[in-house]
Design a protein around this ligand. Structure first.
Ligand code: UDP
Ligand code: MG
Length: 169
């Protein structure tokens, strides 16, 4: 079995419901290593790029609002993003997360225990979990820069930039 990485997001419903600790405890059963972690206020651009394969779905706009935490507002309009690494990591984490539809998810999974379907029909299922290695690589590169990870898991390059950067005053 191969070492894999994946992106996990604690979605805004998980943040609002104070489930961060419970979710991390449950995920820790897989005995994987966290190699990146941060809080993110999700822009519309990031949300649309993250879910671009679902852009033709009727629920796409609601899904974008959901991952941005629009319905919860400050201070819950954020996600906690993690990169996990370990043997067979994707299948193991998806088992703990549970099926996409929280009504169909195993009740002892995270989504089965804590998810719901909104009146608009969106599955508020508490966590995002990459579903295969190529999706995981795309998502990790979208959400994290190389210096935000403790391991260099993909090839990097050095570029010269003239971009202005915010530093502590
Ligand atoms: N989703 C939804 N209705 C659907 C399918 C998906 O609201 O019929 C939402 C749900 O929040 C899900 C996300 O869109 O987590 C991404 O869908 P995907 O099929 O990739 O499921 P996942 O990989 O998250 O299990
Ligand atoms: Mg998916």
């Amino acid at each position: 079995m191969a070492v894999e990485r994946l992106l996990i997001l604690i979605k805004p419903d998980g943040v609002k419901k104070s489930l961060t600790g419970n979710i991390l405890t449950k995920l820790s059963e897989a005995k994987l290593t966290i190699i990146g972690a941060k809080a993110v206020k999700v822009s519309r651009e990031l949300a649309a790029e993250h879910y671009k394969q679902l852009s033709d779905k009727p629920f796409f706009n609601e899904l974008i609002d959901y991952i941005q935490g629009k319905m919860y507002g400050a201070p819950y309009d954020r996600v906690f993003a993690f990169v996990y690494q370990g043997e067979d990591a994707i299948a193991r984490m998806r088992r703990i997360a549970g099926a996409t539809n929280p009504e169909e998810a195993d009740p002892v999974s995270i989504r089965g225990a804590y998810g719901r379907i909104t009146t608009k029909g969106v599955y508020e299922n508490v966590v995002h979990c990459s579903s295969d290695t190529s999706e995981a690589e795309r998502e990790i590169k979208l959400w994290f820069s190389p210096e935000e990870l403790t391991e260099e898991i993909y090839p990097t390059k050095i570029i010269d930039t003239t971009i202005k950067k915010k530093v502590w005053a």
